[in-house]
Design a protein around this ligand. Structure first.
Ligand code: FES
Length: 106
């Protein structure tokens, strides 16, 4: 299968301070961008438990806590870390080009 994913610019590095998160869209993807200690991560914005937006959540010790029921995901991997979340959230590749944050989406 061919990899048709491409990098798309979603924000500027200067828009997202360490400890901040932001909702962005790229292609058909709804994304929660997270600046964790200066490293940018991109997770699917929709919680895998129910319909909640992770960009409304809270960053705590390397995890993002869902605003609805307190489930949580590892920001580096998207793996679930706290009940009631049991399914990993999709993680997207991120690259920085100059001052642009780019996310690889299908
Ligand atoms: Fe995220 Fe329930 S919707 S933990």
């Amino acid at each position: 299968m061919t990899d048709t994913a491409t990098y798309q610019t979603v924000a500027k590095v200067s828009d997202l301070e360490p400890g901040e998160l932001m909702y962005v869209e790229a292609g058909d993807a709804f994304i929660c961008l997270i600046n964790m200690d200066g490293e940018i991560h991109a997770l699917d914005d929709t919680c895998t438990h129910e319909e909640a937006s992770l960009s409304d959540g809270t960053i705590i010790d390397g995890e993002i806590e869902c605003p609805l029921h307190g489930g949580a995901f590892d920001i580096r991997t998207g793996e679930p870390t706290a009940f009631p979340v049991v399914v990993a959230v999709e993680k997207y590749d991120v690259r920085i080009e100059g001052d642009e944050i780019q996310v690889k989406v299908p």
